[in-house]
Design a protein around this ligand. Sequence first.
Ligand SMILES: O=C(O)CCC(=O)C(=O)O
Ligand SMILES: [Fe+2]
Length: 184
Amino acid sequence: MLKIGDSLFELLSEALGLKSNYLKEMGCAEGVNVVYNYYPACPQPELTLGTTQHADIGFISVLVQDDVGGLQVLHKDHWVDVPPMADGLVINIANLLQVMSNDNFTSVKHRVLVKNAGPRVSIIAFFGVGFTLGSRIYGPIEELLSEENPPRYKKTTIQDFVAQSYRQGLNGISFLDMLKLTKD
Ligand SMILES: O=C(O)CCC(=O)C(=O)O
Ligand SMILES: [Fe+2]
């Protein structure tokens, strides 16, 4: 998983016009929190959700889902199915990378429906949540800023970012919005 992270952060650095090891040098690929989700089959799936809508907190999330399905992403105000793909990985941009990219990348809102079929299992590697970078300060990357592109967010530590984001819960005003310096 850490090797996949290395490659992804190289590609993401290049996509931002930065040298390929830029995000790795900022510690983005240094650690992962791996979470297993178990969704039992639901007799009345229309009455509930497996996971309510949210964007992930850290840099990126790498997700594997089994063939039951149910993951959806919000695209142009519509929920779009992310169909299970054998051996396929889903890569989600998370909120802190949106901050660092100064909105060049946008974190993806997603949710999980439950089904009659199941159980469903997913495995997610969260890069940037709950490891040793806690006190390091992150904000919009200096190289991406100019007079025409001023910083759109305040700086924060990962510790604060994660703690405040969890405090917010899955709904309500996100900590991302609280860090915003500019109004859209
Ligand atoms: O189970 C899934 O496919 C996604 C769960 C999720 O979004 C999360 O744990 O952050
Ligand atoms: Fe998520």
